[in-house]
Write a protein that binds this ligand. Sequence first.
Ligand code: DGI
Ligand code: FE
Ligand code: FE
Length: 396
Amino acid sequence: MLIGILGGTFDPIHNSHIEIALEAKKQFHLDKVWMMPTPFPPHKDKNAITSNFHRINMIKEAVKDVEGVEYSDIEISRQGETYTADTLYLLKELYPEDEFYFIMGSDSIAYFMNWYRPDVIVKYAKLLVVKRDDESSEKMADKIQEIQNHFQIEIGQIQMKASSISSSFIRTAPYSDIQNMIPKGVYDYIVKNNLYNNCNVNKAWSVNKITDDLKVLLKESRFEHTLGVATTAKKMAETFGVNPNQAYMAGILHDCAKHLSESELLRICKERQLPITETEEKAPYLLHAKVGAFFAEHKYYITDSEILSAIEWHTTGKPAMTKLEQIIFCADYIEPNRTKQPRLADLRNLACKDLDGLTYEILKDTIDYLSERNPETIDGDTRKAYEYYKKLKETE
Ligand code: DGI
Ligand code: FE
Ligand code: FE
């Protein structure tokens, strides 16, 4: 089979990407084209790029009804640096019968000679070039000629009207202006997940603004812990198929009431008529979770009930938690600034494998720890959660 490969960050995928794939397919008689997102490129600021999770979902959405265009995870699923040369070598091993066509924008072709092992790339794939709107034709022709001469190869040119659609425009323009640049499903996905933050119509504080606020409110070590939980939670979310932005936000917020004293926590609960359990009477610091969820909703205007509930249950846990609740509960315990908990290395190791198992181990250690010190303050939910995850483990 003849297979085209279109790589990129796809942040987000848009109509031009699809069009390039279809034109390449038609003009070079390819059987299919793979949309192959790359992991975070090392030269770009990580935070400026939307998580793998969302970029992948958007690609799947975009190609779902396009015949002969498919999503490929071969680069994004690899750890560490991914070089095109390695990818093509790997593909040749996996699919020795197939022929690969590597599609490049004219902007990339300008740097092609500086890529890692261009000789390997041209050995395992034919190159196809598509001209970008802002590139000069002569410069592109010169460059193509140079590469052709150097490697003694033919580079194909995809003929198509240059498009002015760009991912960077889509990331910054108001939603109303991008609707005809991306497939409907991708548009709906962006709006639903409030990606790119370019049209934030509700009152919710942005994650950056909340972070700035907490930097002032919390003690320095508590603030560092907060960042550790958010980052750990985000990583775990990627592993376990949870929305990483949600996990990061819940992590940032989970201890947002931790600067309050026990008497302040009690006073707020009474004023706001938040119920106080018997255990919370005995150990009022537990209330920072409940009051934290309250602040998230009424001070920071977070409306996502999954985030609010993850904050509320982060200290005690409870039976049958959602994955997000489990992630915040666990990330709180294992984030990199924690040092005192026993067997942290083992627990951190579990964090990329077994979420239920990790939840169980943490509940077990927490109960052991509290049993030695003040067993009368062990929360009923913590005990029930322990029993629940223990049973889950046994029935596996
Ligand atoms: O707020 P953090 O310190 O980051 O972490 P956290 O919200 O998990 O609170 C940690 C403390 O809460 C730790 O000392 C263990 C304790 N804890 C967890 N579950 C229970 C509990 N304390 C009581 N009294 N009862 C529980 O069920
Ligand atoms: Fe906490
Ligand atoms: Fe915490």
